[in-house]
Design a protein around this ligand. Sequence first.
Ligand code: PBG
Length: 322
Amino acid sequence: MNIRPRRNRKSEAVRALVQETHLSVNDFIFPLFLLEGSQKKVEVASMPGIYRLSLDNMLLEIEACLALGIKAFDVFPVVDEKHKDKTATRSYDENFFYLKALKEIKQRFPEACIMTDVAMDPYSSDGHDGLVQNGKILNDETLEILGKMALVQAATGIDILGPSDMMDGRVGYLREVLDDHGYTEVSIMSYTAKYASAFYGPFRDALDSAPKFGDKKTYQMNPANQREALIEADLDVEEGADFLMVKPALAYLDVIKLLKDHYDLPIAAYNVSGEYAMIKAAAQKGWLDGDRAMLESLLSMKRAGADIILSYFAKEFALLNK
Ligand code: PBG
């Protein structure tokens, strides 16, 4: 036996030398849930350790995360049922608390990278990502609303827009609208391959944004498909995306790898709410070592090719690596 691979595993020091993949606080975008009002901090029942925060508390949270090295945040609004309607009017109402809060966050922490979501679902009384007519989700008719939403979000000073509805022509349309209004520096992270997944459950609890009827299968991708992600990615590249995202992450590591091998743009993986909830629930029961399961799954996303990880574990990772 002249070849013994175990020699490269013989000590912590040697293992560290040959480690191929590394996680860093620089890899993460931390998703946050914003509540209207002040002095609010409400834990999401299905996401232990994750809170819906009012702006005052969110500013404190961002400050704490920045001190730990987390520099990027994806802010989602929790919209009260009374503010929802068929056309998602609040999504482009400049006086709405979400837009005012984004402005304040950017003013307070100009060095932080703030990302927002461009889709109708948190503001829609139908709970769908697009306009609904006779039970159908409309593609082209939704664009105008998304354009208005993107412009008011861009006006707050945010850095990255995330068109997340998985419908057609989003990236190109938004790029044009942004550029026409002088927002050439606002980036687009396309939800390129977003699957119709069971793993979004806890997120929809956090935002009360579950669809009121049906499912999202006519716009989000079929979990059985891989090659279709190439069609989506080709379009996003052509339409001017700055980042390509795969979502969820854990059950779609092959798709992360596929996009990494085919494209030169940075690849993001969204380690979604259900993936977080699974590890937390098992750890709470004492069935798994939560920290190790977290690190192993985050590492797998990087190993598969993710340059960026959107994860509810971001802060915990940073605390563990302090
Ligand atoms: C909304 C959106 C969703 C998530 C991010 N943006 C939910 C959905 O598509 O139903 C899910 C995030 C998560 O589960 O952590 N378009």
